[in-house]
Write a new protein. Structure first.
Length: 301
């Protein structure tokens, strides 16, 4: 499969993961910190699996090792911010802002790699910013516009920046180390970031969810099957293709999240409970379209 196919498949897979994350956080977890523990556990587990299958990373390329580790650490902090927002906000709105990270990837490439952006690409950045603004507001019966909580907006934009930084640094790591080594280092870095939230009570709460069969099944599917597969697809795409283009394609995730949430919020399905009013759907669709168009413009124009 080409890197384009890998990146697109990663976007679909991560879109499904985001929707299932929302379900778990809103209906199955007592606290977001408990979910951090499960995500850290899955990263440690697959780091060990990869080490057994491909060998423990034994490279002495210090810059490559640090880049691989830091990419995971940055991504871990980003996910910590993302999950805390998902507990309070709609998944389609949150993920649309979260996946504006290619803007930051492009800006980092301009600053540190000497790349230049055309007028069309700067226009693309402005489209993304406009789309993020639109998706952060919502119609309200009391007021025409009701903005997303400011704290949530700041956290999710920060998370987007950290994901962009993680993608940028992972490309540096992949130029120096094989995919398997970067995968292990990334997982260790992510687990380290998430374990900052570890407390005895949080660990007990995380273990308590195993008493619920449905919760245990969902966590297994999301954190031990879908999410690791999505990460591998992303790393393979970044390894085979230019990071800016990969980031642009994976930036289409909000469209898949929008489609998944629209279907799963239908009353007779009832898996999610996002509002399905016509003007709400049109606003989301318009803003997400602007974001995706902007992301595409970053490298196509």
């Amino acid at each position: 499969m080409t890197w384009i196919g890998l990146a697109l498949l990663s976007a679909v897979s991560f879109g499904l993961v985001a929707v299932l994350d929302k379900r778990i956080l809103s209906w199955h977890m007592s606290s977001v910190s408990s979910y951090y523990m499960w995500l850290a556990a899955s990263n440690i587990f697959y780091a060990l699996v990869a080490s057994v299958l491909f060998g423990i990373p034994n490279s002495f390329d210090i810059p490559g090792i640090l880049a691989g580790y830091f990419s995971g650490f940055s991504w871990g902090l980003a996910l910590a911010c993302l999950f805390s927002v998902l507990m309070k906000e709609e998944v389609s709105r949150t993920i649309a802002i979260y996946h504006s990270s290619p803007v930051f990837v492009s800006l980092l490439a301009v600053i540190f790699l000497g790349e230049s952006l055309s007028l069309g690409q700067w226009t693309g950045i402005l489209l993304v910013v406009l789309g993020v603004f639109l998706v952060s507001i919502k119609p309200s019966p009391a007021k025409f516009l009701n903005t997303i909580r400011l704290k949530s907006l700041i956290l999710i934009v920060l998370a987007s920046f950290m994901v962009g930084l993680a993608l940028f640094v992972s490309k540096i790591a992949l130029e120096k180390l094989p995919v398997s080594d970067v995968y292990v280092l990334r997982n260790v870095g992510m687990a380290t970031a998430l374990l900052f939230f570890a407390k005895p009570k949080v660990v007990r709460d995380a273990l308590r969810v195993l008493h619920n069969r449905n919760t245990a099944i969902l966590i297994t599917i999301v954190l031990f099957i879908l999410a690791p597969a999505s990460v591998v697809l992303t790393l393979l795409a970044v390894d085979q293709g230019p990071v800016s283009l990969v980031a642009t394609i994976t930036g289409t995730r909000p469209l898949f999240v929008f489609l998944f949430t629209a279907v799963l919020s239908i009353s007779w399905i009832g898996f999610l409970d996002e509002p399905l009013q016509r003007r709400m759907i049109l606003l989301k669709l318009c803003s997400i379209t602007l974001i995706v168009m902007g992301l595409a413009s970053l490298r196509i124009i």
